[in-house]
Design a protein around this ligand. Structure first.
Ligand code: THU
Length: 143
């Protein structure tokens, strides 16, 4: 795997530690790479009323969009319960898939990871936007 993607995974791993997930205890970190090389991070932020909870992927996109970014290359995701020894691969939820699809081309990469709690990468899988949300709804172009 290219170094830029290994670095992206490392950012997602670190960001997972900042997740606010007292209800599910399932912490998620995401790191979003723009085509200009900048990286924006997100973690899940839960809420006692449950439905206001926001996923790590959308937090990363919100951060990027409000900074004027519109061209995205890849997102790395690290997911795992609070005290697990190994964080198993997690896949973006349906809401996040649709949210990301607004801003991403078909070949945008989604990198899912299996990582030890000490940060050692055990496995990873790369999907495209088209893989995870084929025939997606789009009202308009993404610029
Ligand atoms: N979650 C994410 O942050 N990203 C996903 O793709 C799936 C789920 C969060 C939402 C909630 O805080 C916790 O994981 C359990 O669903």
């Amino acid at each position: 795997m290219e170094k830029k993607y290994l670095d992206l995974i490392s950012d997602a791993f670190e960001t997972r530690k900042k997740a606010y997930a007292p209800y599910s205890n399932y912490k998620v970190g995401a790191a979003l790479l723009c085509k200009n090389g900048k990286i924006y991070i997100g973690c899940n932020i839960e809420n006692g009323a449950f439905s206001p909870t926001i996923c790590a992927e959308r937090v990363a996109f919100v951060e990027a969009i409000k900074n004027g970014e519109r061209d995205f290359e890849a997102i790395a995701i690290v997911t795992g319960p609070e005290n697990a020894d190994v964080y198993e691969m997690g896949s973006p939820c349906g809401v996040c898939r649709q949210f990301m699809s607004e801003f991403c081309e078909d070949d945008f990469k989604i990198i899912m990871t299996k990582i030890k709690s000490n940060g050692e990468l055990l496995d990873s899988k790369e999907f495209t936007m088209n893989d995870i949300l084929p025939d997606r709804f789009k009202l308009k172009g993404n610029k």
